[in-house]
Design a protein around this ligand. Structure first.
Ligand code: PEP
Ligand code: MN
Length: 346
């Protein structure tokens, strides 16, 4: 970190800043310019209380040298991939489709959806057994029964399963059945939950909070990584804005931004981003075209009977059609990915 003093800072103020830096157990390297003094702070950044220094008399600015998200940062690792079951996401040669219903509603429902989405090219099955609902009176999920149905669908199709964890108290049960833990938009800031999933052996699909900045999302990923779990997938799922034509506003730029800032795989959720079935194929094409590592898409055999998120769920037929329409985009994605990987090796 570098501390820059104000042009009119007195010698006494400068000395007080230097003393404070040393009190933290850090070294201060002083360079005197014509009107300002620059104090280079050397040593472990964790020792420093940056905000305390920032409020001291005579300080004009503090410039961090290291990124606060040191584990997630692109420059910390270059690139990484995450394996869910036996499916690799990230530095890989294919776009990964994660598909299934919003909620697991019955054994028949999840078994039939899983077979059909697999036939159309899905690589991972999604389905909520614990549902975060705005109203406490809405369906809350089938809980362990839903997890058992998901595990049965995996047995039948071979598709690994991603499902949401809302409460650390449910984690050990969910870990028995799932291949990947989803942390939903409402829990992106639940730091105790993030720490718990950070201690899990399972990868984590972390969705962006609907009022969270990209920086907030990365810092939440950092919580998980910091607990020792290196397998985090980031998901853009739309944010709240003044726009009401869609359920959320899809921040499509978040995908290349996250790719520049972090080494983690990034996927798009076109279902929650739009809230509207008719818009999901267009957003899916946009996600693939912009280089997302995967898509998470809600599909239901009979959306008008879905217990949650029917309006944004694709029918089985519209899902098949979408997958056909995505193929030219996927081909282009593969060419671009191969070129990027070749450039990285050269
Ligand atoms: C979901 O995937 O069904 C879900 C509840 O997502 P989000 O947390 O993004 O709203
Ligand atoms: Mn949903």
């Amino acid at each position: 970190m570098i501390v820059i003093t104000q042009p009119n800072a007195t010698e006494e103020q400068i000395q007080r800043i230097i003393t404070r830096v040393r009190e933290f157990g850090l070294e201060a390297q002083i360079s005197r310019g014509a009107s300002r003094v620059i104090i280079g702070v050397i040593g472990p950044e964790a020792l420093l209380r940056e905000k305390q220094i920032a409020t001291m008399a005579g300080v004009e600015a503090i410039i961090p040298v290291l990124k606060p998200y040191k584990l997630a940062a692109r420059d910390s690792r270059g690139a990484s991939s995450v394996v869910v079951g036996d499916v690799r996401l990230g530095e890989h040669e294919d776009v990964v489709l994660i598909c299934g219903p919003c909620s697991v509603e019955s054994r028949e429902q999840i078994l039939s959806i899983s077979t059909i989405v697999k036939e159309s090219g899905a690589k991972i099955l999604r389905g909520g057994a614990f549902k975060p609902r705005t109203s406490p009176y809405s369906f809350q999920g089938l809980r362990e029964e839903g997890l058992r149905f998901l595990a049965e669908a995996r047995m039948k199709t071979g598709l690994p399963v991603v499902t949401e964890v809302m409460d650390p108290r449910d984690l050990s049960m969910i870990e028995k059945y799932a291949d990947c833990l989803q942390v939903g938009t409402r829990n992106m800031h639940n730091f105790s939950l993030l720490k718990e999933v950070g201690r899990s052996r399972l990868p984590v699909l972390l969705k962006r909070g609907f009022s969270a900045t990209i920086y907030d999302l990365i810092m939440s990923a950092e919580y998980i990584l910091n607990e020792g779990n290196p397998n985090v997938i980031l998901c853009e799922r739309g944010i709240r804005t003044f726009e009401t034509a869609t359920r959320n506003t899809c921040d499509i730029a978040a995908i290349p931004v996250l790719d520049e800032m972090t080494h983690l795989p990034v996927i798009l959720d076109p279902s929650h981003a739009t809230g509207k079935r008719s818009l999901v194929p267009a957003l899916s094409r946009a996600g693939v075209a912009i280089g997302a590592d995967g898509l998470i898409v809600e599909v239901h055999p009979c959306p008008e009977k879905a217990i949650s998120d029917g309006a944004q769920s694709l029918t089985l037929e519209s899902f098949r059609q979408m997958m056909r329409d995505l193929q030219p985009y996927i081909r282009l994605w593969k060419e671009q990915r191969a070129a990027k990987q070749a450039a990285a090796v050269a």
